[in-house]
Each structure stands twice: as structure tokens, then as C-alpha cells.
Design a protein around this ligand. Structure first.
Ligand code: ADP
Length: 254
């Protein structure tokens, strides 16, 4: 699904990603972990074509992103859902309208506006079904800013699924919630991605969640991959060396 070859990303004098080689297969569930500033957000930004690599090659489904026109890149990006840290909901819009925003790249601005102003019953039914899957169908006509943090996260997940993506990229989607809610949410995203056969790449701070839900964990530090594999007990010792905010609570690591 995603291939990176000798990828470097610089912001002025700062090297955010330093000679990355990675291959993420279609349908894989991958967790990115590492201290603040390790390059997790930068890597996710490259995978959905928001940012261009300074050097090296980023390919999505075999297509080198640097070779695409603006329009082609937009089309490709419409199949890669993005769940940002702040969720990116429009607070004054209702839940069903926020979910509809998942298809803005496909419908274009005017198409989306038409859909927001007078949504067809068939579209509403699809959105209702998605909201049922994330457990908040009764909130379909609520304003987004009248929902709890956990409910807003579920709207963001429904919006991502509505996009019918081949991959979902999530940048620390649970950093602002309590551990129990974070666990429920990662579980939900992971289950839904598996059911849909969608590739999932998520950055997390919590190594316990990474171990619990992901077969593959990629540890980053200073823009380099320092760990890539299963977070089993031997792997955890390597991940410990990441230090900083990625350090798990020692009580949860045997
Ligand atoms: P993480 O997501 O792991 O916290 P980031 O990818 O956000 O790490 O950042 C990697 C490095 O790139 C850091 O040194 C950060 O300061 C730098 N960086 C990220 N975004 C920008 C930007 N827009 N402008 C300048 N430097 C940036």
C-alpha cells in the first residue's frame, strides 16, 4: 500500500525524517510510536500526500506521488482517510453533516454544500448505518459541539469510513482522552479497519495500547526507524530504548 525509499523530509534546517525505508502492505495495521518530535506526524503527512518528501520516493499503491498532477494527487488522497489529533470536525454542523464531509474530495465543494443543505434520504440512511457501527446513531442530528469528546471521536471515525478509504491514517487520535476511552476507541478503529480490509496506520503515545491492538509497531526517534516488528516481550525491550514519552508504565510490562 505504502512504500518509502530513502525518504528525507526537511523543514528548513530541521531534519524531520532521515533516510526512511518502509513498506506497509495493504490491510496491515501499523502503530507508530516514539517521543515527541520523532517524526510520526511528518511520516503520516507524507503517506497521505499532504507533504512532499525533500528527497527519496513515496509510493501509494505502486504510484510515485511525485509523478502525480495536482488533480491525480487529490483523487488518490480522497481514498486515504485522515483522522487528525484535533479530529477536524465542524463544530456548528450536525453529526450527519460532519460525516458527509468525508466525501468532500470526491464531491467537490459545491457537491458537498448541496449535500449539507438538502441531504438525500439514501445518503442519510448510509450515514445512519455508519453511526450505528460506531455506536452513536441516536446523535445523528446533534450539533458536533454538543457531543462529548468520545462521541466526537466516533463521528471522526464514521467520517473516515464514509470516505470508503483504502487506508486510514490517524495522528494520535486518543491523546486527549482518559485511558479507558482511549482503549475503546483504538479497539473500535482497529476492528472496523479489519472488517473493511482497510490499511490502518496510527500514531500513539501509549505502548500498552500499541502492544494490545497492533501486530506491527514502528518505533521512530530523531526521524529514523529504530524498531520495526512485533511488540512482543523481546520487542518491548527495544521499544524501551526509545525513551521519552514513549516509555510505558513499568507496571504494565512484565
Ligand atoms: P512527532 O509527530 O513525532 O511529534 P513531528 O513529525 O511533528 O514529530 O516533528 C518532527 C520534527 O520536525 C520535529 O523536530 C519538529 O519540530 C519538526 N517539524 C514538524 N513540523 C514542522 C513544521 N511545520 N515546521 C518546522 N519544523 C517542523
Amino acid at each position: 500500500m505504502f512504500t518509502l525509499q530513502s525518504v528525507e523530509l526537511r523543514y528548513g534546517g530541521t531534519v524531520a525524517l532521515d533516510g526512511l525505508d518502509l513498506d506497509i502492505k495493504s490491510g496491515e495495521q501499523v502503530c507508530l510510536i516514539g517521543p515527541s518530535g520523532a517524526g510520526k506526524s511528518s511520516l503520516l503527512g507524507l503517506l497521505n500526500g499532504r507533504t512532499a518528501a525533500t528527497s527519496g520516493h513515496v509510493s501509494v499503491e505502486g504510484t510515485d506521488l511525485a509523478k502525480l498532477s495536482g488533480k491525480e494527487l487529490q483523487k488518490l488522497r480522497s481514498r486515504i482517510a485522515w483522522v487528525p489529533q484535533d479530529l477536524g470536525l465542524v463544530s456548528s454542523l450536525r453529526v450527519h453533516q460532519n460525516v458527509a464531509c468525508g466525501r468532500v474530495a470526491e464531491k467537490g465543494f459545491w457537491g458537498l454544500l448541496r449535500s449539507l443543505l438538502g441531504m438525500r434520504a439514501s445518503e442519510k440512511a448510509v450515514i445512519h448505518e455508519l453511526l450505528k457501527r460506531v455506536g452513536i446513531e441516536e446523535k445523528i442530528f446533534q450539533r458536533a459541539d454538543h457531543l462529548s469528546g468520545g462521541q466526537q471521536q466516533r463521528v471522526a471515525i464514521a467520517r473516515a469510513l464514509y470516505q470508503q478509504p483504502s487506508a486510514i491514517l490517524a495522528d494520535e487520535p486518543v491523546s486527549a482522552v482518559d485511558p479507558e476511552r482511549a482503549r475503546d476507541l483504538v479497539a473500535l478503529l482497529s476492528t472496523l479497519a479489519k472488517e473493511e480490509g482497510v490499511t490502518l496506520v496510527m500514531s500513539l503515545h501509549d505502548l500498552t495500547l500499541a502492544r494490545q491492538f497492533f501486530d506491527r509497531v514502528i518505533g521512530l526517534r530523531d526521524g529514523r526507524v529504530v524498531f520495526d516488528g512485533r511488540a512482543d516481550d523481546a520487542g518491548v525491550r527495544d521499544l524501551y530504548r526509545l525513551g521519552g514519552e514513549a516509555m510505558p508504565d513499568p507496571s504494565v510490562v512484565s
